[in-house]
Design a protein around this ligand. Structure first.
Ligand SMILES: O=C1O[C@H](COP(=O)(O)O)[C@@H](O)[C@H](O)[C@H]1O
Length: 253
């Protein structure tokens, strides 16, 4: 059973303003969780999110964030080598992680030597180990891992992570990490967190910029009632879901 959570929508004139706000928001949550529990567990997605995170790797945040307390995970990953242009790890490393001093042992990439099913099982087992060590907290509400912050993006079809519209993976109830071999968006083989894990995060930030996303934003944030059609409509959190939009993405609200 999901907890009651706050849903906020912040709309900015430009993508640059979204990037500025996202830097401040993430740095504030980092300070809060480091103060409260001595660590900050952050989950990244791929896509445009990584570029919008750019302000965090610049002063003042580059110098004041306690990077040594960060533990970094991926909400989804493509089953390709870490050096492949489709790799979400490579995207994040090149655009963000290589610019900030997070200890390499606290960056948890998927095992790129394994096929999809094995990579999902391996990632889930590593998460369970980190939950046992209390590096990742546990939700008292759902019993699933409770990451401090997930930084998410949405595709024009309304998918988040590698959870696509009408795909049975959206209904997974027990696994923490699963795999897909028929992703409608290439590459076809991926691993992904499931909704029970995503929605057990303390904070979920959905970062959406660009006019190609306006239709999906309209549906996701409209007043539609179940049955849901877009995965993004299912997004919840234990404390707060915040949508960060630029004016073009918000143009149909
Ligand atoms: O395939 C993916 O797409 C989504 C959205 O990406 P965007 O380029 O439309 O921002 C992304 O969040 C996910 O991590 C990625 O694997």
């Amino acid at each position: 059973m999901a907890a009651q959570f706050q849903k906020k929508v912040e709309i900015f004139e430009t993508e640059e303003e979204v990037a500025v706000r996202l830097g401040q928001y993430t740095a504030d949550l980092s300070a809060k969780f480091v103060r409260e529990r001595g660590a900050f567990t952050v989950v990244l997605s791929g896509g445009t999110l990584i570029d919008t995170l750019r302000k965090l790797a610049e002063p003042p945040y580059k110098n004041i964030v306690e990077w040594g307390k960060w533990h970094v995970f991926w909400v989804d990953e493509r089953v390709v080598k870490k050096t492949h242009p489709d790799s979400n790890y490579k995207l994040a490393f090149d655009g963000f992680l290589s610019k900030v001093p997070i200890p390499p042992g606290q960056i948890y990439a998927i095992n790129d030597a394994l096929p999809a099913e094995g990579a999902a099982e391996d990632y889930q087992a590593r998460l369970k180990h980190l939950v046992q060590r209390n590096v990742i907290a546990t939700s008292k509400v759902t019993g699933f891992p409770r990451f401090d912050l997930m930084l998410l993006g949405m595709g024009p079809c309304g998918h988040l992570a590698s959870l696509f519209p009408a795909h049975p993976l959206c209904k997974e109830k027990t696994k923490w990490v699963t795999y897909i071999k028929d992703s409608p968006k290439p590459p076809p083989q991926r691993i992904t967190f499931t909704f029970p894990v995503i929605n057990s995060a303390a904070h979920n930030a959905m970062v959406v910029t660009g006019d190609d996303l306006a239709d999906a934003v309209q549906i996701a944030l409209g007043n539609s009632v179940p049955p849901f059609t877009l995965p993004a409509q299912l997004l919840a959190a234990e404390e707060e879901v915040t949508w960060f939009l630029d004016q073009t993405a918000a143009s149909k609200l």
